[in-house]
Design a protein around this ligand. Structure first.
Ligand code: SF4
Length: 100
């Protein structure tokens, strides 16, 4: 691969190490969310709170991916048994239910 090809690939959002695109569409995310069992999901209210925290977080990349765990935040935020992996407690606390 030439430097020009590499830059072009990066500009398109491609991973440097492979040919996969690192961006995920809303449709792909919704398909993943639809496979989560209802009893494994948080309430809609908590889900919205978690997504708001991620949207304001400097550790989110591509509007989808947490740089601390590599998870799609829209999927991780749905899961009751998942928390925010941020090293700072103040950020992790934004994900917790006690803020309701
Ligand atoms: S560190 Fe926490 S708040 Fe930030 S993007 Fe990851 S899951 Fe979201």
């Amino acid at each position: 691969m030439t430097i020009t090809e590499s830059v072009s690939k990066r500009e398109r959002g491609g991973c440097k190490g492979c040919s996969a695109d690192v961006r995920v569409t809303d449709e792909q995310i919704q398909r993943l969310i639809s496979k989560i069992k209802p009893d494994a999901c948080v309430t809609d209210e908590l889900y919205a709170k978690r997504l708001a925290a991620c949207e304001g977080c400097a550790s989110m990349a591509y509007d989808t991916t947490c740089m601390h765990c590599g998870c799609l935040v829209q999927v991780r935020a749905k899961l009751k048994d998942k928390g925010c992996p941020h090293p700072q407690q103040a950020v992790r606390a934004l994900w917790e239910a006690r803020h309701f």
